[in-house]
Unconditional design. Structure first.
Length: 150
């Protein structure tokens, strides 16, 4: 039986939806505000549907994954599909305007480990925990970057 994982992490950022969206979809900019992240991508520096993006995150253990941008709704939603290296499944980032800022939410929707090492890591209870910690860290870096820039 295949194990699927789901999670949601959110943060409120005192910035506009446009600035948040741009910080998340401009790969050169994202590389600047997210320390410990190494990115590579196919094609243009700005996200587009069908684009493959590869992430390497420093730390213990170092993490690497790849996804394809499967949908974009400017200033609202970014949809991603993990390519199976080492995860499969869907994820999304939603930007919801609120008074004085925006709530930014990252959703994992039916994600599964696809490599043997990833399956073991998740079976030990470490995969989801690591994902949640690193997602919170990324959202905090995004908040710090955008709120200091204002």
């Amino acid at each position: 039986m295949t194990a699927f994982y789901q999670s949601e992490e959110s943060i409120v950022i005192q910035s506009t939806a446009e600035k948040i969206y741009n910080a998340l979809t401009d790969w050169n900019l994202r590389s600047q505000w997210r320390p410990g992240l190494s990115l590579s991508w196919d094609g243009k520096d700005q996200a587009y549907v069908g684009q493959i993006v590869r992430f390497r995150v420093a730390g213990f253990p170092p993490t690497h994954f790849e996804y394809r941008i499967s949908g974009l709704e400017p200033y609202k939603l970014i949809y991603m599909e993990y390519t199976g290296k080492p995860l499969k499944g869907r994820a999304a980032i939603e930007i919801t305007p609120e008074k004085g800022g925006c709530q930014v939410s990252f959703y994992w929707m039916r994600v599964e480990a696809s490599s043997l090492a990833a399956k073991l890591y998740f079976a030990l209870g470490l995969g989801l925990r690591t994902h949640q910690l690193r997602t919170r860290e990324t959202l905090r870096h995004l908040k710090d970057y955008l709120e200091k820039a204002s």
